[in-house]
Design a protein around this ligand. Structure first.
Ligand code: TSX
Ligand code: MN
Length: 623
């Protein structure tokens, strides 16, 4: 008789699948203590197999949580409770003994934009209010997962315990899950991830859209000293797929600080020139800059090739030869659907045609998906149901898909996935690109003057964002390193860590660039065509690294010398407006950066950042 049919975990849950006795003592302890706390009826240790995935999808279909999309092969649609559609920054905390270990300070009374601290005492209370008995009547799934290729020296292992089958099927796309991970783990270290939707059975209130969640009590906590993540009340991706933002950015940035490497919110792409030379770039962009589009872009210039290693996160470490080696710790893309089309991102459109889980997109009456900016005509007679599962027409005045609706799709399906994307040693990064959505003042591209200046450029990143619901206007928000919601520790110390890379013996530092695809003319038109034409900017960077492209010193950094940017075949561009440095704009920018550093980083700002700001000011005053 198979032992799993009989066995019972010591804490009292039936074991439906897997063998507790085969797990390491520390993993067993983690499971046992979580079972005691959450009191699930049963335990299921995930093996990551196809069979398991099929039966989980069937279960979700029976529960009405997923709907099969008959137009495609193995694609599914989830509609969430409308109260659970995004990450919730106000309910995302980092627990450390000292506030200053989490955020710069002191700023008594003020709320930091760079993270939320919770004291261990408050966390103890918050935990006790939420977790005891929270999985009653449900199955606790044990998901062993690897961030990065299984067994790579750059990879890290986590184990997520969750009562959500949606999380199980999504984690299998976004990370490497199952038996191979347990073998690689052995009795080694892992990041402890505990997740509950916070709806024990029997339910107190009926579910909305068959989507369990507990918005009143939602809380996502990180305890970096214990390498642990605890998330309650939300099933939405960023709050529940704990390998991504919680582990690969917040916890990993802290581990990286301790171990001397970098965990960054960056895409990784490979770029090959017509002569067949290849380089890898990593790039950090705030939201709404088209990061996934750049990661998979189709270059407009003949002979150039772009390949995708990752679209969101880079773990980077100097190897013994001094090369900065990067892996994409993820296994899939969890991308924003609206705006994705065969024009803006044909490679993403090809990727999501099979084996994809869509969340909060609209559905067509012939069993397909739809969203704003998909840019495809509906076949005659085909109608739409909105993300709220109601008949939808353009006259409704609301979008058919939620603006934060997503596809969750295997990276391996991307037509231009890089041949080296799962290389255990990682790919060598030769350029780091920072960017922002800057309608005014900021040139198309500039190169940092030094490593320290590049770190300053990352620290001073800003981008145009749609303001909170009350306002409708757009504001330029600070988003240093595109990491503002994702720092796992004090941002001032993060800057020191970046600066310290220069002190590593033998390190071959990548060049640092800043780009802005979004500058507008005085009449409000985009000055740069963007998309596939961005290859021209990447070409200049490529040739700069090779020492082959002309540059001239400007107040903000090196910019292409006249003729150095390849503009062949483009209609006339207003290069004056695209590269101009308006003195008034830059004097104001310097003051805004100064005020920001002062308000948000205060005494934790490294002196070098002060120096860089003063040097920028001096250059700008000469404009
Ligand atoms: O993703 C974008 N990228 C990067 C592509 C590799 N977008 C979309 C941003 C929203 C997420 C862009 N939008 C880019 C861009 O480079 N540039 C723009 C602005 C733009 C929009 C439309 C046009 C040009 C620029 N249209 C015409 O020129 C016809
Ligand atoms: Mn991201």
């Amino acid at each position: 008789m198979p032992p799993q049919l009989q066995s019972q975990s010591p804490a009292g849950a039936r074991v439906l699948q897997g063998d507790l006795a085969s797990l390491s003592p520390s993993l067993r302890d983690f499971i046992e203590s979580s079972v005691k706390l959450c009191q699930p009826d049963a335990l299921h240790i995930c093996d990551g197999s196809e069979d398991e995935n099929r039966s989980m999808l069937r279960l979700l279909e029976e529960q009405g949580a997923l709907k099969r999309l008959r137009k495609y092969n193995n694609c599914w649609l989830a509609r969430t409770d409308p109260r659970d559609v995004a990450r919730v920054e106000s309910k995302t905390v980092i627990v450390t003994p000292e506030r200053r270990d989490t955020v710069p300070g002191p700023r008594d009374g003020g709320v930091s934009q760079l993270g939320r601290w919770m004291s261990p005492e408050e966390w103890e209370k918050a935990m006790n209010l939420r977790f005891p008995g929270c999985m009653k009547g449900r199955v606790m799934y044990v998901i062993p997962f690897s961030m990065g290729p299984v067994g790579s020296p750059l990879s890290k292992i986590g184990v997520e315990l969750t009562d959500s089958p949606y999380v199980v099927v999504s984690m299998r796309v976004m990370t490497r899950v199952g038996k191979a991970v347990l073998s690689a783990l052995g009795s080694g270290e892992f990041v402890r991830c505990l997740h509950s939707v916070g709806c024990p059975l029997p339910l107190k209130k009926p579910l909305v859209n068959n989507w369990p969640c507990n918005p009143e009590l939602t809380l996502i906590a990180h305890i970096p000293d214990q390498r642990s993540i605890v998330s309650f009340g939300s099933g939405y991706g960023g709050n529940s797929l704990l390998g991504k933002k919680c582990f690969a950015l917040r916890i990993a940035s802290r581990i990286a600080k301790d171990e001397g490497w970098l965990a960054e919110h960056m895409l990784i792409l490979g770029i090959t020139n017509p002569a067949g030379q290849k380089k890898y770039f990593a790039a950090a962009f705030p939201s709404a800059c088209g990061k996934t589009n750049l990661a998979m872009m189709k270059p407009s210039l003949p002979g150039w090739k772009v390949e995708c290693v990752g679209d969101d996160i880079a773990w980077m470490k100097f190897d013994k030869d001094g090369n900065l080696r990067a892996i994409n710790p993820e296994n899939g893309f969890f991308g924003v659907a609206p705006g994705t089309s065969s024009k803006t991102n044909p490679n993403a459109m090809a990727t999501i045609g099979q084996n994809t889980i869509f969340t909060n997109v609209a559905e067509t009456s012939d069993g397909g998906v739809y969203w704003e900016g998909m840019d495809e005509d509906l076949p005659a007679g085909v109608t739409l149901s909105s993300w709220k599962n109601r008949p939808w027409t353009p006259e409704d005045g609301e979008p058919c898909a939620h603006p934060n609706s997503r596809f969750c799709t295997p990276a391996a399906q991307c037509p231009i996935i890089d041949p080296q994307w799962e290389s255990p040693e990682g790919v060598p990064i030769e350029a780091v690109i920072f960017g922002g959505r800057r309608p005014q003042g900021v040139p198309l591209v500039y190169e940092a003057l030094s490593w320290a200046h590049g770190v300053f450029v990352g620290a001073a990143m800003r981008s145009e964002a749609t303001a909170a619901a009350e306002h409708t206007g757009k504001v330029i928000m600070h988003d240093p390193f595109a990491m503002r919601p994702f720092f796992g520790y004090n941002f001032g110390r993060y800057l020191s860590h970046w600066l310290s890379m220069e002190q590593r013996p033998g390190a071959r530092l990548p060049k640092i660039f800043h780009v802005n695809w979004f500058r507008k003319s005085s009449s409000g038109r985009f000055l740069w065509p963007g998309y596939g034409e961005n290859i021209r900017v990447l070409e200049w960077m490529f040739d700069r690294i090779e020492g082959q492209a002309g540059a001239e010193l400007s107040a903000v950094g090196f910019i292409p010398s006249p003729g150095a940017l390849n503009l062949r075949g483009l209609p006339d561009l207003d290069l004056g407006q695209l590269f101009g440095l308006p003195p008034d704009f830059w004097r104001k920018e310097v003051e805004d950066i100064r005020a920001y550093f002062q308000r948000e980083v205060e005494r934790d700002l490294p002196e070098e950042m002060e120096t860089q700001l003063e040097q920028l000011e001096q250059r700008v005053l000469r404009l």
